[in-house]
Design a protein around this ligand. Structure first.
Ligand code: ADP
Ligand code: MG
Length: 390
C-alpha cells in the first residue's frame, strides 16, 4: 500500500515527531494533581481520561505530557490520534511510522515489532480518541488485546483519551480512578472568555456562559464569536435562545449546549456557504489538510475559495492549526456535528482530482520529498479514492 511504498527505511530516532502544543487550560488543577500523583505512585503509569466531546480531554492530556516531571520520567513521548482509523492495523502503521520501523519490515508481526521497539526506553504513549477503535464491538477485543500488551511493558506510560465514561478492559487502571472530566466551574468559564477576548464579560456574556454549562469547547466557540465582533453579545444571546428552542424542538440532542454553540458558530453571520462547504470537506478528510504553503497554493487551483473560506472559520474557531505537524484539523465534536448535517458536498470532485494529481506529481517513491508530502496524506487519499468510487 501507499504508506509502505512511501516510507523511509532509515527510521528517525527518539524523541520522534514532537507532540502538539496545547492551548491554555483553566480549572483543571485537581485533575492535573491527580494525574501527577498517579505517576509518582504507579510505575508504569496507566491513565484513562474520559468525558464527553469538547470537555477538554485532549487538552488535559497534552498539558500533562508537557509537564516537566512527566518529561523527566518519560523523555520519549508519542501522541497518536486514533481518529479516522478503521482498524487496529491502521493504528499500528501510524505507530510504526513514528517509531521508525522500516516499511519493508511492516508486513509481518508488526504488533510484536512495535512492542519490541517500545520496550527499549522509558516512553509514554498517548492514544487520543481511542473510542474510535474501541467503541465498535468488532474492534473492541483486538484493541483491548493490544492495550493489554502495552500495559505489560514496565517502562511504558500509557494514557488514553476516550469520549464517554467507560474504561477499556485489558489494562489495570490504578485506584483512585480519574473521574470523567467535569464541566468547568463558572469562574473558569469567565476567565477563559477573558483570556480569549481580552475584556471582562458583560451581562449578556455572563448569561451565555452560564447557559453553556462549562463545556470548554462551547465556551471557546462563544468567546471567538464575540472576539471577532461579528455580532454583539446581545444579538448572540438572542440567537442563542432561538437556537436552543430549535434544538429542543427537533430533539437533536436534548441536553447539549455544545450542539447549540456549534449551531451558533455554524450559522454565524460571518460564515459563508463556501466556508460551510470547506468545513464539511475538512471534516470528511481523516487527516484534515496540510497547512504548508505549497499545499495551500496547490489546492487553491482546484478549490479557488479555499483560503478565504479557511480564514472565515479560523476566526470562529471551528478549526485548529497544529503548528508542529503543520496540519489544519477540525476538532472531533465539530467533525461529528458537521458530518451528521449532510453526506454530499460540492467539493468532493475537485478534492479527488487534487489528490490524484498530487500522487502523479510525487510518483518517485524513492524521493524524500514524495515521502514527506504523501505519507501524511495517506488516509485522505484513501477516502478521496472511495468518494470517486461511490
Ligand atoms: N480547561 C480548559 N480551559 C480552557 N479551554 C479549554 C480547556 N479545555 C479545553 N479547552 C478548549 O476547548 C476546546 C476543546 O478541547 P479538547 O481538549 O479538544 O476537548 P476533547 O478532547 O474533550 O474533545 C479546545 O479549543 C480547547 O482549547
Ligand atoms: Mg479530543
Amino acid at each position: 500500500m501507499l504508506i509502505e511504498l512511501y516510507s523511509t527505511s532509515a527510521g528517525p530516532s527518539p524523541p520522534w515527531t514532537p507532540i502538539p502544543f496545547p492551548a491554555f487550560m483553566l480549572g483543571r488543577e485537581s485533575e492535573m494533581e491527580n494525574m501527577l500523583s498517579h505517576m509518582r505512585v504507579n510505575k508504569p503509569l496507566h491513565i484513562a481520561i474520559l468525558g464527553p466531546g469538547g470537555m477538554g480531554k485532549t487538552t488535559l492530556a497534552l498539558h500533562f505530557l508537557h509537564t516537566e516531571s512527566v518529561i523527566n520520567a518519560y523523555p520519549s513521548q508519542l501522541f497518536i490520534s486514533c481518529e479516522g482509523r478503521n482498524s487496529l492495523d491502521e493504528l499500528l502503521l501510524d505507530i510504526a511510522e513514528q517509531v521508525g520501523i522500516p516499511s519493508e519490515q511492516r508486513k509481518e508481526y508488526l504488533q510484536n515489532q512495535i512492542l519490541g521497539a517500545l520496550k527499549k526506553l522509558p516512553i509514554i504513549i498517548c492514544l487520543d480518541n481511542l473510542e474510535t477503535l474501541w467503541e465498535p464491538a468488532t474492534l473492541r477485543t483486538i484493541t483491548e488485546g493490544f492495550l493489554n500488551h502495552l500495559s505489560g511493558i514496565q517502562t511504558l506510560g500509557l494514557i488514553v483519551t476516550i469520549r464517554g465514561n467507560q474504561r477499556p478492559n485489558g489494562v489495570t487502571w490504578p485506584q483512585p480512578l480519574l473521574k470523567p472530566l467535569p464541566a468547568l466551574k463558572i469562574e473558569s468559564s469567565l476567565k477563559t472568555f477573558e483570556n480569549i477576548v481580552g475584556i471582562q464579560p458583560d451581562e449578556n456574556v455572563q448569561r451565555l456562559l452560564k447557559d453553556v454549562e462549562g463545556i470548554p469547547l462551547a465556551i471557546t466557540l462563544i468567546s471567538n464569536l464575540i472576539r471577532d465582533e461579528a455580532e454583539s453579545p446581545e444579538a448572540l444571546w438572542s440567537r442563542w435562545q432561538k437556537e436552543k428552542t430549535k434544538v429542543l424542538e427537533t430533539g437533536q440532542d436534548r441536553k447539549s449546549s455544545l450542539t447549540i454553540s456549534i449551531n451558533l458558530s455554524f450559522n454565524s453571520p460571518r460564515m459563508t456557504e463556501d466556508a460551510r462547504e470547506l468545513l464539511h470537506l475538512l471534516s470528511f478528510l481523516p487527516k484534515g489538510f496540510s497547512n504548508a504553503n505549497q499545499m495551500l497554493e496547490d489546492i487553491q487551483r482546484y478549490i479557488p475559495q479555499f483560503r478565504q473560506a479557511l480564514t472565515v472559520f479560523k476566526s470562529v474557531a471551528l478549526v485548529e492549526i497544529d503548528q508542529q505537524l503543520q496540519r489544519i484539523h477540525v476538532l472531533s465534536p465539530i467533525k461529528h456535528f458537521t458530518l451528521e448535517c449532510r453526506s454530499y458536498f460540492r467539493l468532493q470532485k475537485p478534492t479527488t482530482e487534487f489528490f490524484i494529481d498530487l500522487l502523479s506529481k510525487y510518483q518517485d517513491k524513492t524521493s524524500f520529498r514524495a515521502h514527506q508530502v504523501i505519507t501524511p496524506e495517506f488516509y485522505n487519499i484513501r477516502v478521496a479514492a472511495m468518494m470517486e468510487v461511490n
